[in-house]
Write a protein that binds this ligand. Structure first.
Ligand SMILES: [Zn+2]
Length: 266
């Protein structure tokens, strides 16, 4: 892959079987990519991209402003807060007693003691993110249990067969190919835990039938939330990120590349 630097903006140039030239910017990472036909001389590619320098700078600034905006949150009145991929204005009101936080007319209202520290406000916001996730996650879990052919064992016989000691989950083994279609049974619906995590979006504990989701997921699009849930549920069938696991995820989420890009920023 070739790389071009236009006025300090780096652009990856990918040769493809196409007639024209396309420039794309990944809205999460802010990286530019130009898809170019095999026959186009490199000098022509460079000239074309130079002619688009205004557009490139405009979009680079936009993404930089957005990232700076969000990562330097002090949780003060008027700041922007992310919720399911969109920006919301935070409205802070002074209040005595227990803090309250809720979404109202597109804004997020935080009622908190005016002396509350940034860390405390952040904690209240984390709890809000957990509540928002709880509203959408169960429907995604049901959808993907169905889609992935993961059944909840309902009869006593099924429970005896598919769980071991103390209601624990037995290790599920799937043939390596087509793991989406293979039917498996689990003893009960997976338990979902919401937790602020520093480096992971989700964890699946196969033995406990437990899925832990990062509360920060509430900042990402619903599509990302769905993608992480499907990924963790698929682990109930396949522990490793092997080829069949990856192939299955790619098939179920044709937009997986965009989603992976979005999820690179935690
Ligand atoms: Zn995984």
């Amino acid at each position: 892959m070739e790389t071009l630097n236009i006025d300090g903006i780096e652009i990856s140039v990918k040769r493809k079987k196409i007639k024209n030239l396309y420039i794309r910017m990944n809205s999460s990472s802010g990286k530019f990519e130009a898809n170019v036909s095999y026959s186009m001389p490199f000098a022509d590619v460079e000239n074309f991209l130079r002619s688009k320098v205004k557009w490139l700078k405009k979009h680079k600034n936009l993404i930089e402003r957005r990232t700076a905006d969000i990562s330097q949150n002090n949780y003060a009145d008027g700041e922007n807060i992310l919720l399911f991929g969109g920006k919301r204005v935070l409205r802070v009101f002074d209040c005595e007693g227990a803090p309250k936080i809720f979404s109202d007319c597109g804004a997020i209202e935080l009622h908190v003691n005016s002396l509350a520290s940034k860390e405390y406000r952040k904690k209240v916001l984390d709890a809000f993110y957990k509540t928002e996730l709880e509203k959408v996650v169960p429907a995604f879990i049901n959808k993907w249990l169905l889609q992935l052919n993961i059944k909840i064992a309902s009869s006593v016989f099924d429970k005896a067969e598919h769980s071991c000691g103390g209601g624990k989950f037995r290790k599920l083994v799937c043939p390596s190919s087509d793991i989406e279609k293979v039917e498996v049974s689990i003893a009960r619906e997976p338990i979902v835990i919401y937790k602020r995590m520093k480096s992971r979006w989700g964890i699946c504990s196969i033995s406990e039938g437990k899925i832990t989701l990062n509360t920060e997921l509430a900042k990402k699009t619903l599509r990302c939330v769905e993608y992480v849930i499907a990924h963790e549920l698929l682990h109930l069938k396949e522990r490793k990120h092997n080829k069949s696991f990856k192939d299955c995820m790619k098939k179920l989420f044709p937009d997986w590349k965009t989603l992976e890009e979005e999820l690179k920023i935690l």
